[in-house]
Write a protein that binds this ligand. Sequence first.
Ligand code: SF4
Length: 457
Amino acid sequence: MSGLQKSIHIKTFGCQMNVFDSDRMESILVKQGYRREADLAQADVLLINTCSIRAKSEQKVLSLLGQLKPLKEKYPKKVIGITGCVGQRMGRSLLQRVPHLDLVMGPDGVERVGELVEEVLTRGRRVLETTFDNQKERSYSQPAVIDKVRPSEYLTVMKGCDHFCTYCIVPFVRGREKSRPIEELLEDVRRLVDRGAKEITFLGQNINTYGKRTGESLAALVDLTNSIPGVERIRYVTSHPRDLGTDLIEQFGRVEKLCPALHLPFQSGSNSVLKRMARLYTREEYLEKVAALRAACPDIALSTDVIVGFPGETEEDFEQTMDVIRDVRFSGAFLFKYSPRPGTRAHEFGDEVPDSVKTERLAHLQDVCFGKIKEENQAMEGQIVSCLVEALDKKGRYYTGRTPHGKLVHVLNAGEACVGKILDVEVSEGSASNLKGYYVGAPRQNRVGEAAKAVPA
Ligand code: SF4
C-alpha cells in the first residue's frame, strides 16, 4: 500500500449479497494494510456499495454523492468510489455526472478492489471497472474471510441470473449465473461455524439453479451442509418458482437442519401479467408448488414478493393478485410499486399504470397481507418459540433473533450473553412485523430438528 496506513469505510445499500460483497471488499483492503474507520467522513477511502433494483435506491445513492461534494472539496485527497449495481448500470456516465467521484466499479470488480483503489491513490487517476468476465463458468474463488462472525451468517454461493424477467435489472448488472465450487462453500461453512456461526443462509439471485453448469446442485449443498457438525440451521434465498424442483421441495420434510421457511416470490396473481413479466410460470403452477411444499412440510412458513402496477395491470389482474394473497397465507411479504428501470424490456412497454392507482393498490395489498400476518403472529401469543439470538436491534432496545420459521423476535429479557444462543421464548405480543417475548428456562438445543422429524419424509 502507498504511504502511511490509510483508512477505509464502506457504506452498503441493498440486499444481503451486497453486505457479503462489502465484507469481502473490506477483508481484501484490510489484508492489504488499510484500517477500518467507523466514521464515513473521516475515512481516507470511502466506498459506497450500491443497489439499483428500484429507481428510489439509485436516487438515495445520488443524493448521498451530492452530500459528499463539500467533503471532497475540503479534502481533495479523499477517495470516493461507487461499487455494485449502480456502478455497473451507470458506468462512465456516473463519472461524467459526478466530478468528485474517483472510482466506479461493478459487482464483478470485487476481487480487484485493492488494485483499483491503489491505482486511484498512486496515479491520481479516476478509474472505471465495469467489465464482466463471461468466460468463466465458475464464480470467484474468494472464501468468506470475515473477522467478525455473526450467529447467523450469509454465504453467497453464486452470482448473476440467467432469467430475464422483463422488469429486472439484475442480469444486466450482475451478469449470467456463475456458481462457486461446492467444496469451497462447505469449507466456508466449516470456517464460519468454527468461529461461532449457528445458522447459514445461502444466497443467490436464483439460488435453485446453483451449480447447473458444473454438475452441482443446491439439494446436494443442503444435504452436505446438514451433516456438518455445528451447523444448527440452514436457509437459502431467493427461489424462482419455476426452478424449485421436487428434490428441493422434499428436503423440507426430510433434512433435519433445513428451516421450515421459504421465500418464494410470486410477483403477480394474473397469468397475463406473469407472461408480460416473463416469469415462466402460471398462477396455477405457483399454487401447485405451494401445495407440494405444504404436503412435504405442513408448517412451512412462506414469504413472497409482489409488484403492483406493472405496465398494463388491470383492476381484474390486481384482484387476482389479491386472491393469491388471501389464499396462500404468507408469513412475510415484500410489496412494491412497479419501478421502471432503464435498459429493461418492461421500460419500453408503455401502458404505465398511473402512480395514484399504484399507490392505492399497494395500500390495499398491504392492509390485507399485513393484516393476515398480524393475525398469525397474534395467534402465537402464549406459545413457546425457538429463537436464535443474533444482536441488539438498531435502536439499541432489544436483543433480536429469528425463529426457524423466520419470524423476527424481540427478546425482552435477553442480554449480551444470550447472543449466539438458541433460546425458548414465550411470545407475549405478536404484531405485523415481529413477535415480542421473554426467554424461559436455560438455553435449549435448536428445535428445528424436532419440527422436521414430526413431518413424514
Ligand atoms: S429471476 Fe429474479 S434476479 Fe433473475 S431476472 Fe427474474 S427477478 Fe431478476
